[in-house]
Design a protein around this ligand. Structure first.
Ligand code: C2E
Ligand code: MG
Ligand code: MG
Ligand code: MG
Length: 277
């Protein structure tokens, strides 16, 4: 419960609320500092095909906080979105991922890998988003075919024509698109067929209990059938055990990502993983 004290001044009398606001403010201040002081890094998680071959990875953001240690995106992406800090942060991620791709291109054992980058709605809706991507591809000398952008269905709540137009330009350059967390949002199937997508990603929420919950299995089956009929690849995320992988493969989904293959790993460990497989 807050009481307005003059213009733009709010006093919080509920100590619990005060604590929430304070920690949010601390997090925001920390995030602001982190964006300019190099506290972010990318982890990489393998994506494999039906033969178990590594085809690429997803870049997952981590915050190396000076006091708190490694912080996962679940704790700060939403706030970064709210505050607009996602814009510089998202640029940093794109730049870091493409710099890594360009470096891997010089190494035979890494050169074939794609990197999937998560793009938040607010980031994608920037007027110059397409230019940002093209500029970073160009300045790093990255092959656009190696870059995959992961979008979410919430993008389709906005201006769909604009989304399609932006995707089409990047797609024409060779950039790939995956629809992340598919099945958890609100996408209308009529929009889905108009988007120049390459891949649907079955959300881990459906994979988790796929062996015991017939509803989750039915949804996975539907996503795979939809992918088949729209000519899209389907990848499952959150695959933790062999029985889940095998069940998905029987449904026709062969591409997988999850702890079964590898956890998200820091660069050196991911490169060591690639050399081992
Ligand atoms: P996401 O894109 O759906 O990423 C998958 C999440 O599932 C990752 O969590 C990953 O570590 C986790 N995961 C992978 N395999 C397994 C598994 O077998 N079991 C379980 N239980 N979890 C698994 P993470 O790294 O904490 O990222 C969470 C979310 O934060 C991501 O979900 C994505 O939406 C967002 N995110 C991560 N990096 C970025 C980024 O660079 N930019 C933006 N905008 N969002 C990001
Ligand atoms: Mg993702
Ligand atoms: Mg996902
Ligand atoms: Mg997910």
């Amino acid at each position: 419960q807050a009481k307005a004290v003059g213009r733009n001044t709010l006093r919080f009398f509920d100590p619990e609320m005060q604590a929430v606001v304070t920690s949010r403010a601390a997090l925001e201040a920390g995030l602001r500092r982190a964006v300019t002081s190099d506290e972010f890094l990318l982890y990489y998680q393998a994506q494999v095909d039906g033969q178990g071959h590594l085809t690429g990875c997803e870049a997952l953001l981590r915050w190396q906080h000076p006091e708190r240690g490694l912080v996962a995106p679940g704790e700060f992406i939403a706030l970064a979105e709210d505050t607009g800090l996602i814009l510089p942060l998202g640029r940093w991620v794109l730049d870091a991922a493409c710099t890594q791709l360009a470096q891997w291109a010089t190494r035979p054992e890494m050169a074939h890998l794609t990197v999937a980058v998560n793009v938040s709605v607010r980031q994608f809706h920037q007027a110059d988003f397409v230019n940002q991507v093209l500029t970073v591809l160009d300045s790093t000398g990255t092959n656009p075919q190696r870059l995959k952008l992961e979008l979410t269905e919430s993008l389709l709540i906005g201006d769909v024509e604009d989304v399609i137009a932006k995707m089409s330009i990047l797609k024409e350059k060779g950039v790939g698109f995956s629809l992340d967390d598919f099945g958890t949002g609100y996408s209308s199937l009529s929009y889905l067929k108009r988007l120049p997508l390459d891949q649907l990603k079955i959300d881990q929420g459906f994979v988790r209990n796929i062996l015991i919950d017939p509803n989750d299995a039915a949804i996975a089956r539907m996503v795979i059938a939809l992918g088949d009929s729209l000519g899209l690849a389907v990848i499952a995320e959150g695959v933790e055990i062999e029985a889940q992988r095998d069940f998905l493969a029987r449904l026709g989904c062969h591409a997988c990502q999850g702890y079964l293959f590898c956890r998200p790993l820091p660069l050196d460990q991911f490169e060591a993983f690639v050399r081992r497989v």
